[in-house]
Design a protein around this ligand. Structure first.
Ligand code: MTE
Length: 292
């Protein structure tokens, strides 16, 4: 992250040039809406990962993403916008004040974590590029390089990993453009250098290592919708304890914490992962069984 050195005061570390090692983020403010639930220890969040490009076992990404090159990095914003542009990571770090937001993160596999993410509302980017009246959806794409991600070819999903939101969902202040966690820049296995975090949706919507954002008139295809003919994972993927996955219940979840394991008692899953006050109105009148 050679370029980060040009940001006086924001990053301080001798490791800044490597692009692989998280560095401290300074000047981060505390967002008032954070959950007060205990944070999951960083050791868990950085070793129990889903990042299929680096392997499908939970400990694969932490081992295999070590040398992932994340600098230089640009995010291209295109499609139905008046002002398409490419943002360098330097620019992304400075578009808005960085906030620490402690969110619950609920994976569709029925485990959950509590993470102090760092970033700002994705709406910051939306406002800068000025969507045209035709823009109704936003599509997201992860970087994909089979040379750096040789296990991606065996993951059983189509890559590059793609995701999407309705434009009004993307504009919701909770939708986070995330550049760090636990006071530092993102570790590679958690989606360095920049990812989305959508706390009311299953974790697979929170796409990692973002390189492309496209505003569209039609609903974009998403990686996990393409899997199993769309029967297992939907476009909306709102956390919903009342709609089970075809192969398991979504009524409860295993919260990863110190010493947690298969026998740790499960906790109840909350509708919209507990963020209903902020997001339920987005889905007024929709059948959430059909739009799962
Ligand atoms: N993004 C990409 N590019 N590839 C992935 O495999 N996995 C998703 C999501 N984003 C995934 C991804 C899933 S299933 C989850 S639960 C979260 O990332 C996990 O994020 P974490 O490893 O930082 O906890």
């Amino acid at each position: 992250m050679e370029a980060y050195k040009k940001l006086p005061g924001l990053l301080t570390s001798a490791h800044a040039a490597s692009g692989s090692v998280p560095v401290k983020l300074n000047g981060v403010t505390k967002w008032p809406g954070s959950t007060t639930e205990p944070e999951t220890p960083i050791e868990k969040v950085t070793t129990y990962n889903n990042y299929y490009e680096f392997g499908t076992d939970k400990d694969d990404p932490s081992k295999n993403a070590r040398n992932f090159v994340t600098s230089p990095w640009t995010v291209s914003v295109e499609g139905e916008v008046a002002k398409p542009r490419k943002f360098s990571m330097d620019e992304i770090m400075k578009l808005a004040p960085l906030e620490e937001r402690i969110y619950r993160h609920r994976c569709v596999e029925a485990w959950s974590i509590v993470v102090p993410w760092i970033g700002y509302s994705f709406s910051t980017i939306v406002k800068l590029v000025e969507p045209t009246p035709k823009a109704k959806y936003v599509a997201f794409e992860t970087y994909y390089d089979p040379r750096q991600m040789p296990l991606g070819g065996e993951a059983g999903i189509q890559l590059p990993y793609v995701e999407g939101l309705r434009l009004d969902e993307a504009m919701n202040p909770l939708a986070l453009l995330c550049v760090g966690m636990y006071d530092e820049t993102l570790p590679n296995q958690d989606g360095a250098p920049v990812r989305m975090v959508i706390p009311w949706k299953y974790g697979f919507k929170s796409i990692k290592s973002l390189v492309k954002i496209r505003f569209m008139k039609d609903q974009p295809q998403t990686t996990w919708e393409m899997y199993a003919g769309g029967s297992e994972y939907g476009f909306y993927a709102n956390v919903n304890p009342n709609v089970d996955h075809p192969r398991w219940s979504q009524a409860s979840e295993r919260r990863l914490g110190p010493g947690s394991g298969l026998f740790t008692p499960k906790i109840k899953t909350q509708m919209f992962n507990g963020y209903g006050d902020q997001v339920a109105s987005l889905y007024a009148g929709m059948d959430l069984r059909k739009n799962f």
